[in-house]
Design a protein around this ligand. Structure first.
Ligand code: BGC
Length: 909
């Protein structure tokens, strides 16, 4: 495969997306080649009509040959794209030696409805006198219609107030769950587009049906049993666009001629579960021949259409199935299925029981110390699903409009006469369909389980928005949690569309004064906003997405929001360079908190001022990236003042800190607020503190994510590894040793004596402390990027750090350019245990370059792919620095590197 090829064509991060809402879609592709060191020097991209015919007069946009190395997120700049327009596209590239590829395969993208004026349909809701808008049952809506011609193409565009599920001629439309997703509903409501060409019947009768439930729009939301937070009526807005073979078109839209009834879902709530009475099923309700004579009428609802936006992130759907690993009989006599994994989604059941039998499933995360089913930590969330059988044969069911967070499922109502066969139950794991992009593994089984737990924490909590927890009566988009985890998240899964959507909602919900609500979408009190490290999500999240994907648009889109946040901080209190006023969560859940408090001991104004400086520094970089030089200069000055004010207020000239907590040292070190001798002293003190605690942390949400990074970066990597491998409480591996399969909210969610942290706030699936994942990838395996020279991994930084506590570590990331790998292993050649030899394997995708740093290696002792280090193919340069580190400049390719002398980091260890 020495020839240059092209693969993985995506448009707006997705393969052949349908229903795009952006008028300037961006194209990405990856290069393939069997040669080493391949760079793109030019590309030629063509967009044509849906026929995929690129002959001259069919072209919609033709870039010609563009001298550019850009292969990621190339923005469309042709004539305005129209609503519903379907286009084909292809690209060819040249490498730096002038070799030309073939044209890529043809790919497609399709626009959604771009303008409010595209909507001729009405918002409709069942006639209130006939069906109580507050009824708990699902509403079923239907419309029968005749298609008199041959259909070439059919699309449905739909959205709702509340959740909807669609059927066309008796078949489910799409497999997406919880549509239309959760956004800042007053400002933005998503529309989904579906290709229903295969479901529509030409020259025949047809029918479309929609089921509506409360969902985030009007169901219980936020912990105090709040309801109707956005409105108190469910409604549907739908257009079916038919394109006939003769070129004519027709739209069937929602209007008052539709009919309504209630359905077998008797109750459905996100927190509480669902009740389904199969005896009430109206067979064929979404089929054309169905008799809807006793269904009621519908009325128009006056609701905005200028808030409609096309779906921005990947949908939520069932991603995988898990089978129960055992059936338990608890001491209290309950029958409980153990799924073996704390998961989010729902249970599917296959039943064959008499009519009227009610099977109830209750969901819990843990069993108590005696092995009994425990639901105390769910607070008011019932997580209870009941199915009432219709009888007469095999029946299958899974909830439609509710999800549960659980590992254990208590089965109630199972007939005594019938043995419970666990094979009748399947766990349906649901989350946003983000592609898995990262893998980390090492020689330590417990760390591998930690990585597993971090990934599952992300699966469970990336359900359309980044939630804090998926089980109790909360499940909200806490900004602080999202901010601490975003970098880890962007390793494990592709999260650019996911965060872009959520950030658009952050911007929409941001207050006039620039304040940022604690949760996005905002559903708490107006004044629940603007805590340090929570509101900073407004700046940290877009910046991180830019870094990890090279996505400048998210910076452009969020620019005003980022700036407003920094300005908001500046306007607080009486000293514009310190942030010493307002409400702050502080180092939430830190172990140095006073008895009975959730707030750690680190002074809140210290934390707040550190984040003020950090957000300002990221905003300066953002302004620089976007070429906004005036802002860059003005905010650089602001940053310098804040940094100076911080030192005056919190650090003595000799480098002592006013506060004596781990987090108080972690933040200034991480955010670069101290340098030189002060930095050295602070890092040494932090290391002392950790050692004094017998290698334990005391940090909470704010300090924990950075703790190991700061130690590694300041020369204490061995200590960071010790901390990460600590198994006693408190530590990351403590929960792993306790059998956790996800990350816990509290370091001691289950205490060493088996008792629980109190019921009031004790989630077993809370990703925040999983933010250490970022350090596993970047510091242990050494897979990182060079921020200044090439965000989005255009310029890769490999800094593998061998450590005698591990014999190997490896990380891989499917970046926008292709797979990057960084792996190391230690081999104890002479068996004496103290002088192992290091070897490395790196994979660098085409159109990127990498700098690899190998401590303790030299040109003379290092072989690359069996050649001397400075002569191997793909190695662009090899240099040794004064500190005894070999620095290799690598082009794309796969490199096996062996170092023929013991690593100095180890020989002394
Ligand atoms: C949530 C958190 C959140 C915190 C803020 C909790 O209830 O679960 O993760 O950040 O409140 O106080």
């Amino acid at each position: 495969m020495s020839t240059l090829g092209i693969t993985k064509l995506t448009c707006e991060y997705r393969s052949e997306p349908l229903g795009l809402g952006t008028e300037r879609p961006r194209f990405s592709w990856q290069l393939t080649s069997g040669r080493m060191h391949v760079l793109q020097s030019a590309y030629h991209l063509q967009v044509a009509g849906e026929e995929g015919d690129f002959a001259g007069d069919h072209l919609i946009w033709d870039t010609g040959v563009v001298d550019s190395d850009q292969s990621v997120l190339v923005e469309y700049a042709g004539a305005a794209l129209q609503s519903g327009q379907r286009c084909s596209w292809r690209v060819k590239v040249w490498d730096q030696q002038g070799q030309e590829s073939e044209w890529s395969d043809t790919s497609y993208f399709e626009m959604g409805l771009l303008r409010t004026s595209d909507w001729s349909a009405d918002w409709i809701t069942p006639e209130p006198g006939m069906i109580d808008p507050q009824a708990e049952e699902e509403f079923l809506l239907r419309k029968a219609f005749h298609v008199s011609k041959d259909v070439r193409k059919a699309r449905i565009y739909a959205t709702s107030l509340g959740f909807y599920e669609l059927e066309l001629n008796g078949e489910r439309v799409g497999d997406w769950a919880f549509t239309p997703g959760w956004t800042s509903y007053r400002h933005r409501l998503q529309v989904q587009a579906y290709d229903v060409t295969d479901l529509i019947r030409s020259r025949a009768d047809n029918a479309v049906g929609a089921a509506l439930a409360n969902g985030w729009y009007k169901g219980n939301l936020a912990w105090e049993n709040h309801r109707n937070l956005y409105g108190d009526q469910r409604a549907l807005l739908l257009q079916l666009h038919l394109e006939y073979a003769d070129g004519s078109t027709e739209i069937i839209g929602s209007d008052p001629s539709w009919k309504a009834s209630t359905g077998p879902v008797r109750m459905s709530e996100i927190y509480h579960g669902e009740t389904y009475d199969a005896r009430l099923e109206a067979g064929g309700w979404s089929q054309p021949g169905f008799d809807d004579a006793d269904w009621t009428g519908m009325v128009k609802l006056d609701h905005a259409k200028d808030i409609l936006v096309m779906q921005e992130n990947e949908p939520v759907r069932v991603i995988q199935d898990l089978k129960p690993v055992t059936v338990l009989r608890t001491p209290e006599g309950d029958t409980v299925l153990d799924m073996g994994q704390n998961m989010v989604g729902c249970m599917h059941m296959r039943l064959n029981l008499p009519a009227g039998t009610a099977i109830t499933l209750k969901h819990a995360e843990v069993l108590d110390s005696r092995g009994n089913f425990y639901t105390g930590n769910l607070r008011k969330a019932k997580q209870s699903v009941t199915y009432i059988c219709k009888g007469g044969g095999e029946e299958t069911y899974e909830p439609h409009f509710s999800f549960q967070g659980f590992r254990y499922v208590k089965v109630e109502g199972w007939p005594d006469a019938e043995p419970l066969n666990p094979d009748r139950f399947t766990g349906r794991v649901m989350h946003t369909d983000m592609p898995q992009t990262g893998r980390f593994e090492c020689s330590h089984e417990l760390l591998n389980q930690l990585q597993h737990n971090i990934e599952w924490g992300q699966r469970g909590n990336f359900l359309d928005i980044p939630t804090d927890c998926p089980q109790r009566d909360e499940r909200l988009g806490w900004t602080g949690d999202a901010q601490v985890f975003v970098r880890t998240a962007a390793f494990n899964f592709g999260v650019a569309p996911f965060f872009s959507k959520w950030l658009h909602d952050l911007k929409a919900d941001q207050r006039e004064d620039g304040g940022v609500p604690h949760v996005i979408p905002q559903v708490l009190d107006d004044n629940a906003c603007s805590s340090a490290a929570w509101g900073d999500a407004a700046v940290i999240c877009p910046w991180t997405i830019y870094l990890c994907y090279g996505d400048k648009r998210i910076l452009e889109e969020q620019y005003d929001s980022m700036k407003a946040w920094v300005d908001h901080i500046r306007a607080q209190g009486d000293n514009e360079y310190l942030w010493n006023t307002g409400f702050h969560f502080g180092d939430w859940l830190a172990l140095d908190a006073k008895e009975g408090s959730y707030v750690g001991a680190t002074p809140r104004d210290l934390i707040a001022t550190c984040f003020y400086a950090y957000s300002t520094s990221l905003f300066v970089k953002t302004a620089e990236v976007l070429g906004r030089t005036e802002d860059a200069a003005a905010y650089r000055q602001l940053y310098e003042k804040v940094a100076e004010a911080f030192l005056i207020e919190f650090v003595t000239p000799g480098g002592r800190l006013a506060a004596h907590t781990q987090t108080a040292m972690i933040l200034p070190l991480m955010f670069g607020l101290v340098e030189g001798e002060v930095q050295r002293r602070m890092a040494a003190t932090l290391a002392e503190y950790v050692k004094e605690q017998n290698h334990h942390l005391t940090t909470g949400f704010v300090g924990t994510p950075y703790l190991c990074h700061v130690l590694t970066e300041n020369g204490y990597h061995d200590l960071a590894v010790k901390l990460a491998m600590q198994e006693d409480y408190p530590s990351w591996l403590y929960s792993v040793k306790q059998g956790a399969t996800t990350i816990w909210e509290h370091w001691d969610g289950i205490k060493p004596d088996g008792s629980f942290w109190s019921d009031d706030m004790n989630s077993y699936n809370h990703y925040a402390f999983g933010a250490i994942g970022d350090w596993l990838y970047r510091a242990v395996a050494g897979l990182d990027l060079n921020e200044a020279e090439g965000p989005g991994y255009k310029r890769i930084r490999l800094r593998p750090r061998t450590d005698s506590a591990l014999s190997y570590a490896k990380a891989a990331l499917d970046s926008m350019y292709g797979t990057i790998r960084s792996e190391w292993s230690l081999t104890d050649v002479d068996g004496d245990g103290d002088s192992p030899l290091a070897s490395y394997e790196f994979e660098i995708p085409p159109n990127t370059t990498a700098e690899a740093e190998l401590p303790g290696a030299s040109i003379a002792t290092t072989q690359v792919n069996g050649q001397p280090a400075d002569q191997a193919s793909g190695v662009l340069s090899a240099k040794e620095d004064d500190a005894g580190t070999l620095k290799l400049e690598l082009g794309s390719g796969i490199y096996r590197v062996t170092v023929q002398q013991p690593s100095p980091a180890l020989s002394g260890a």
